[in-house]
Write a protein that binds this ligand. Sequence first.
Ligand code: ADP
Ligand code: ADP
Length: 226
Amino acid sequence: TPKLIVKGVTRTYREGKRQLEALAPLDLTVAQGEFVSLIGPSGCGKSTLFNIVAGVDEPTSGTLAIDGDWHGERAGQAGYMPQQPLLLPWRTVEENVLLGLDVRRLPRREAQQQAHDVLKRFGLQEFADSYPASLSGGMRQRIALLRTVLFNSSFLLLDEPFGALDALTRITLQMWLLDLLQTYHSSVLFITHDVREAILLSDRIYVLSARPASILRVVNIDLPRP
Ligand code: ADP
Ligand code: ADP
C-alpha cells in the first residue's frame, strides 16, 4: 500500500460572500519510502494541501488515506514541519526535541534517552543545552527537523524547510536531511520553490498549476542520490 493516497481533494475557502477555490480536484500518491516534491507558484495551494494531509484541516470534498486507512484520524500520522517551525525560545535544544516525544506520551526517562541519542547521532549533542536564540538558522532547522522526525519518522511533511537559508548552509542541510531520511526510511512530501533542490532530493516531482492547484505534470527522477 502507498504511504499516502490523495483522491479528488478540493478545498474552498469562504471570503465573505465569495468562494475562493484553493485546490482543484487533486490526485496524488506517495509510495512507501518515496521522496515526493511539490513545486508550483506561491499561493497555488501547497500549504492548503499540507494542512489537509497533516489533519489540521479538512478537504471540502474528496478523500485521502495514510497507510491504506481511508477513514482514520490523520492528526499525528505524519510529522509535520510548517514553514516557520516554532522552537520554544525558553526551552533548550534537547527540550525542544523532546516535545516530539511528549506527544507520543513516552515515559520521561525513555524520551530523554531517545532525545539524547538522536542529537548525538546527528552531530548536535554539543548544542543540547543551548537555547534556540543562540543558534544559526541552519542549526535551528536541524533541531526542528529532528523534532519532526520524533513526532513521526515514517511520514514527513516538510514545507520549504530550507527556503530561508544561504546557499552553502542549504547544501549542507540537504545532505544532512538525506542522511536523516535514510536512517528512518521515511516517506516524504516536500514543498519547495527551488527546482534544483527538487531534482536533487526527489524520486518524483508534481508540478502544480496556479490556484486552484491542479497537477500539470509528474516528473520521475531516475538519478542516484548524492
Ligand atoms: P501556497 O502554499 O502554494 O503558497 P496556500 O495554500 O498558502 O498556497 O494558499 C492558497 C490560496 O488560498 C491563497 O490564495 C491563499 O490566500 C488562500 N488561503 C490560504 N489559507 C486561507 C485561509 N485560511 N482562509 C482564506 N484563504 C486562504
Ligand atoms: P495539543 O496540546 O494542542 O492538544 P498535542 O499535545 O498533540 O496537541 O501536540 C502539542 C504540539 O505538538 C502541537 O501544538 C503541535 O504543534 C505539535 N504536534 C503535534 N503533533 C504533531 C505532528 N504530528 N507533527 C508536528 N507537530 C506536531
